[in-house]
Design a binder for this molecule. Structure first.
Ligand SMILES: [Mg+2]
Length: 262
């Protein structure tokens, strides 16, 4: 890896077709990174995953250098991402982009799909005329039907929600005394594109780093917007143009970018 950084691609990298990424340019690039297996090591129990203090400080310093243009893209919830990273990054695309927070720390509403609106209308009508005993919570990007006040209606609400979701090609997520109806679609690529449309990301070059299959959509989005992407881990079929071996290599690469920017 060191040889790559100092002398460019080695013979092995050329055979595999992927080499270590160029240095991040903190003045012009926007950094997007997955958390698990990219910034933080994977643990047997996902709730044990933690980014150490040095990692947290590195993310804060990168954000400061890049004018805040650092974002995490994760399948985890916002709350979980904050726990792992010690709230060292403001901009987060959580739940694969369904739950987004801007670099200024405010929620970004992801455009509600037509089908979520249509489903919300059906539920509102049925609740309005007394056919559905649920309470509707419209979250914009999703709708929730609560029935804590009427547990006996749970089964029929569940059946109706499932039927409406199927008709509108939405997905259903069941919770305690609540059924949520969400769009099936959002992915990390959508989240990256959403961030790139606004400050402080707009005008910068997106660079995406990740190890998961779910990172591929964000690799493709970064590439399409004129940036580049980095796969962390063993070589595989990927849209990423570059590779880094593991979380340690990611940290070394990010640290070098920071040092170069001093
Ligand atoms: Mg990962």
């Amino acid at each position: 890896m060191l040889a790559n950084l100092l002398f460019g691609p080695t013979e092995i990298d050329i055979v595999l077709g992927k080499s270590a990424p160029p240095l991040l340019n903190m003045a012009n690039d926007a950094l997007f990174a997955d958390i698990d297996g990219t910034l933080a090591s994977i643990a047997d129990d996902p709730s044990d995953v933690q980014l150490d203090e040095a990692g947290r400080e590195l993310l804060k310093a990168l954000g400061a250098r890049a004018g805040g243009a650092v974002a995490l893209l994760t399948g985890r919830t916002l709350e979980d991402a904050d726990r792992i990273t010690g709230s060292s990054v403001a901009a987060i695309g959580a739940l694969h982009g369904l739950q987004m927070r801007s670099a200024r720390g405010v929620g970004i509403s992801t455009a509600p799909t037509e089908s979520v609106r249509a489903a919300a209308d059906v539920f509102a009508t049925h609740i309005g005329d007394g056919r559905l005993a649920a309470r509707l919570e419209d979250k914009g990007a999703s709708v929730a039907l609560h029935y804590r006040h009427a547990p006996e209606a749970g089964a029929s609400i569940d059946a109706f929600a499932t039927e409406v979701a199927r008709a509108h090609e939405l997905r259903v997520q069941k919770g305690k005394m609540v059924i949520e109806i969400l769009p099936p679609g959002r992915n990390k690529g959508d989240a990256l594109r959403t961030f790139m449309r606004g400050a402080p990301f707009a005008g910068r070059t997106p660079v995406m780093v990740g190890d998961d299959l779910t990172d591929e959509s964000a690799f493709a989005a970064a590439n399409a917007l004129g940036g580049f992407s980095v796969l962390v881990g063993p070589p595989r079929q990927t849209a990423a143009g570059y590779v880094l071996d593991d979380e340690d290599a990611v940290r070394a690469w990010l640290t070098r970018a920071l040092d170069a920017a001093q």
